[in-house]
Design a binder for this molecule. Structure first.
Ligand SMILES: [Mg+2]
Length: 437
């Protein structure tokens, strides 16, 4: 296997840092982001000031309050963080198309092939940190290494604002004194079991034979054997393969008027289409989500022979899918449109007809105007609303237990999920109905 160069970028205390950035009076204060309205739930992010009190993410908010009574507790503002995440992604994607987001604030980049163009990996890593600081007014920690496992360990090594490079050949030195729990896949239980065998550092782990580790821990033992030597062949899976773009809206009042439902689909399709074009992607699978008045929620999707990115094409598929949904005489509470199986249209561009190209340009112009003057500046005829506008209620999304994140703004869908989806595609119209349980 040829030597690869992987960069792991991890934003520092992402949500909390954004809140501090946007409200200077919070600078230097313990900021804790989490829960709905700050009342329930767990900590989503804690500023470094809050971490000094022992507060960390996934901790119940109640406990965080007890540990840090003077903390500033803020609700999760997912729309805002997603917007910053998109800005981050566009910085990362300017260095390589091989960007694999792990979450809103973390991604792997395979820059092996980018080095000829941008200079060595250290230069790219420094530039990413500078751009994050200058363009986003935030800090990122960067790790550079020959594989994902080491790059992630490296970015974590000197947080916050870290910059750590592990050179090929330097793996063993770097890992020797690292505690075993830093190894991916080693949880508390495994760390304790390793401790029982006198293994507390990765260096000690690396002294064990493959046989011995297999006997102790089975298949996972083999994995540990490789990782302890800094071996990890997992490829960086590009973002385009690993995500979907979706928009949904909850009506103020449940709806059964077909014209209004179609106009809503048109608006959602426009937005999904705009996001696709903004990111230079096309979609091979278009899906819809329909929630009825009694909260029964249904998903339908169709995989297309030719990938699409135009508003009209998305609308047409979405509307056809919707017409086959059994409403059982009920009104509709929520509609959503999802584009998945995303890909870069490279190589197919020459297939676009002249008319297609003109349409494409026109749509990009509309996208630009909307970006400048707001969503409602231009609407196509099918999206025009007569009276009684259905306001989007984004705050509904986060509250509903029936809309897992991947349905709203699915970034970083897992490979497993994709396979499941691919399987589902074959069933197409017979996709299952998810009743409220
Ligand atoms: Mg982070």
């Amino acid at each position: 296997m040829t030597t690869r160069t992987i960069i792991h970028v991890d934003m520092d205390a992402f949500y909390a840092s954004i809140e501090q950035r946007d409200n200077p009076s919070l600078a230097g204060k313990p900021v804790i982001v989490g829960g709905v309205g700050g009342q329930r739930g767990v900590v989503s992010a804690a500023s470094y000031e809050a971490r000094r009190y022992g507060v960390h993410s996934a901790m119940p908010l109640k406990k965080a309050r007890a540990l840090c009574p003077e903390g500033v507790f803020l609700p999760v503002d997912m729309e805002k963080y997603e917007a910053v995440s998109r800005q981050l992604r566009s910085i990362l994607c300017s260095y390589t198309p091989l960007v694999e987001p792990l979450s809103l604030d973390e991604a792997f980049l395979d820059v092996t092939a980018s080095i000829a163009l941008f200079g060595d990996a250290e230069k790219i890593g420094r530039e990413i940190k500078d751009r994050v600081r200058n363009e986003l007014n935030l800090t990122a920690s960067v790790g550079i290494a020959p594989n994902k496992f080491l790059a992630k360990i490296a970015s974590d090594y000197r947080k916050p604002d870290g910059f750590v490079v592990i050179q090929p050949g330097g793996e063993a030195d770097f890992l020797r004194d690292l505690p075993v729990y830093k190894v991916y896949g080693v949880g508390k239980v495994m760390a304790r079991r390793l401790g029982d065998h006198g293994i507390e550092t990765v260096g000690r782990l690396a002294e064990m034979s493959r046989e011995h580790l297999r006997r102790l821990f089975g298949k996972q033992g083999e994995h540990l054997y490789e990782l302890s030597r800094g071996i990890d062949d997992n490829p960086v899976i590009a973002e385009a393969e690993a995500k979907s773009i979706s928009q949904e809206t909850t009506f103020d009042v449940d709806i059964d008027n077909n014209d209004e439902l179609r106009r809503t689909f048109a608006r959602l399709s426009d937005r999904v289409g705009a996001r696709l074009r903004e990111e230079g992607l096309v979609s091979k699978t278009v899906g819809i989500k329909v929630r009825l008045a009694d909260f029964t929620t249904m998903h339908r999707e169709r995989t297309l022979l030719d990938p699409v990115s135009s508003d009209d094409q998305i609308l047409s598929v979405a509307w056809n899918l919707f017409r086959a949904v059994p409403l059982g005489g009920q009104k509709v509470r929520l509609l959503g449109v999802v584009a998945s199986s995303l890909e870069h249209p490279s190589g197919q561009l020459h297939l676009f007809s002249e008319q297609g190209e003109k349409n494409c340009k026109a749509m990009r112009t509309i996208d630009n105007i909307r970006r400048k003057f707001g969503d409602t500046a231009i609407e196509r005829a099918s999206g025009l609303r007569p009276t009684g506008e259905n306001r989007d209620r984004p705050y509904d999304k986060g509250l509903s237990p029936f809309s897992p994140t991947h349905e709203k703004e699915a970034e970083g869908e897992t490979a497993k999920g994709r396979r499941r989806k691919a399987k589902g595609n074959k069933r197409d119209e017979t996709a299952k109905t998810k009743p409220r349980s």
